[in-house]
Design a protein around this ligand. Structure first.
Ligand code: NAD
Ligand code: 6OD
Length: 520
């Protein structure tokens, strides 16, 4: 299985081969190499610092504890925010855009230098296949820094020469300034990719950040601190506080009066809680939230391409990508053949150890998340679904049975009102429904509160455009999935998000524009 995000797999393969192979563990924040259980610490003002309490970092492939993580209390979050504020008043605040961009390229270099270390840290925390972390997560982290470094140097701003009816002339032009201290809160599914997707443009615009990674995946966020040091990013510009959401580092950060903006990726319900937290201090927010994404497959599609593309869209990262497809609508003429072909694909996927190059499917992130996914597997049966394949836990015959694997699963036969068709499951699962007309397919695809992504599979490009324009989502793919130029807008409609990031949209969120008007 491969992922076509951003660039071709050939290029990612070449990059992976060219980069040095370092042996993990190679990051200081985990303590001396050879320790069985490492300590992942907070990173404040350029130093790794312990906290008063610790929690366990678990490897989802076999349920073992691989590290202890220090939880930041409110005093440490406060320290991190003040360190960020001081950094804005120091060297970082005085750097010109060219030098800032040069340092962001150096962050990308530092990530590439530690390529294997990042891959292993991500694989250990998430259980995702090493092939995926090497082709998608880590190359995209470096790419995020390079893209925004280049973009910010090129970014022009509006200017207007104005003449009023009474003959007064004025020149208006905008000046881009940083927002200040940005709180960044990220989820566990693509930890490094989604973190750097926000940190890179925030730093490109001259902000300082305090980041709170998911409690499930603290490692690569912490390792990034070493890349920041290597790249000459001044102390206090990048700070990491570990912990949970409510009553912990997440909530302390969003409520902090000296945090100027919050950028968040995660569940829609968490987005709603964060909106409440930031309301009293009126902070701007950017939210990338959940999805219940649809695919529409027309009978005139390239059948093999559609089956392969949707196998990837349903099962990549064990279905734990916000853009994954959980609802597939297939034109009735090809419905049975499509269901059978996708079933064969699902059954051919290898649920292996994450570090085995042949592994297609890793575990889910945690015991708790597996229980959630399995509760939907049970619910689907109660709601009357036909189980095409899967629906349970695989028997793997070794320590993986202590991990959090589930079977890739396909259902048919549910009404559109069923909870399994309406609610985000976030596992390797989809429901397939037949349709008879284009209008019916569009209506069913749009019948959701979410609005993140959709894909259309057709040999008729005119139809592709027509249907794509009617999808109520932030991104629609035609005959592909998860392929995107990073300069384009990314975000969700409905409860899938607020605002757009990507390219200039990111730069505009992470800066304050000051319109200067000069009377001529
Ligand atoms: P989550 O919302 O449970 O947690 C995300 C982060 O928010 C974590 O760091 C968590 O500790 C923190 N958090 C939780 N409650 C908080 C609170 N009250 N205040 C402050 N911080 C809080 O999400 P998750 O389970 O980590 O990730 C999966 C979800 O993320 C899915 O719904 C998925 O669709 C969504 N997601 C969306 C996108 C996107 O781009 N739209 C990308 C990835 C994931
Ligand atoms: O590719 C990206 O930039 C992005 N934000 C992807 C989101 C994936 C969700 O899990």
């Amino acid at each position: 299985m491969h992922c076509g995000a951003t660039w071709s797999n050939d290029r990612a393969d070449k990059l992976a081969r060219r980069l040095p192979r370092l042996q993990p563990p190679c990051y200081d924040c985990r303590g001396p190499p050879g320790d069985l259980v490492k300590l992942i610490q907070n990173y404040v003002d350029g130093r790794f610092v312990p906290g008063k309490r610790e929690f366990a970092d678990v490897n989802p492939a076999d349920g073992t504890v691989i590290a202890q993580v220090t939880e930041a209390d409110d005093a440490q979050v406060d320290e991190a925010v003040h360190a960020a504020r001081r950094a804005l008043r120091g060297e970082w605040g005085r750097l010109g855009v060219r030098e800032r961009a040069a340092r962001l390229h150096r962050v990308a270099d530092a990530i590439e230098k530690r390529f294997e270390c990042f891959v292993q840290a991500e694989v250990g925390d998430t259980g995702k296949p090493v092939s995926l972390a090497s082709k998608l997560d880590v190359p995209r982290a470096a790419a995020n820094f390079r893209v925004f470094a280049d973009l910010v140097k090129m970014a022009g701003l509006e200017s207007f020469q104005t003449e009023t009816p009474d003959g007064t002339n004025a020149l208006n032009y905008a000046v881009r300034k940083p927002l200040g201290v940005v709180g960044v809160i990220t989820p566990w599914n693509l930890p490094l990719l989604l973190l750097t997707w926000k940190v890179a443009p925030a730093l490109a615009c001259g902000n300082a950040v305090v980041v709170k990674p998911s409690e499930e995946t603290p490692a690569t966020t912490t390792l990034l601190a070493e890349a920041m040091q290597d790249a000459g990013i001044p102390n206090g510009v990048y700070n990491v506080v570990h912990g949970f959401g409510p009553g912990s580092a997440g909530e302390f950060l969003t409520k902090h009066p000296d945090v100027d903006a919050v950028t968040f990726t995660g569940e829609s319900t968490t987005g709603a809680a964060i909106m409440k937290s930031v309301a009293p201090t009126v902070k701007p927010v950017s939210f990338e939230l959940g999805g219940k994404n649809a695919a529409v497959v027309f009978a005139d599609c390239n059948f093999e391409e559609a089956v392969n593309g949707l196998a990837e869209a349903v099962f990549l990262n064990t279905g734990q990508v916000c853009l994954c497809t959980e609802r597939i609508y297939v034109e009735r003429k090809i419905f049975s053949a499509f269901v059978e072909a996708l079933k064969q694909k699902a059954e051919s996927l290898h649920s292996g150890w994450p570090n085995d190059a042949k592994t297609d499917l890793g575990p889910l992130i945690s015991a708790q998340h597996r229980e959630k996914v399995l509760s939907y597997y049970r619910l689907a049966r109660e709601e009357g679904a036909t189980v095409v394949t899967g629906g349970g836990v695989p028997k793997l015959g070794d320590n993986r049975d202590n991990g959090f694997y589930v079977q890739p699963t396909i259902y048919t036969g549910l009404p559109e009102s069923a909870r399994c068709v309406k609610e985000e499951i976030f596992g390797p699962v989809c429901h397939i429904t037949p349709f008879d007309s284009e209008e019916e397919a569009i209506a069913m695809a749009n019948d959701t509160k979410y609005g993140l992504a959709a894909s259309i599979w057709t040999g008729n490009l005119k139809r592709g455009h027509r249907v794509a324009h009617q999808m109520n989502v932030g991104i629609t793919w035609v005959n592909c999935w998860f392929l995107r130029d990073l300069r384009t807008p990314f975000g969700g409609a409905g409860i899938s998000g607020i605002g757009r990031e990507g390219g200039m949209h990111s730069l505009n969120f992470y800066s304050e524009l000051n319109n200067v008007c000069i009377r001529l």
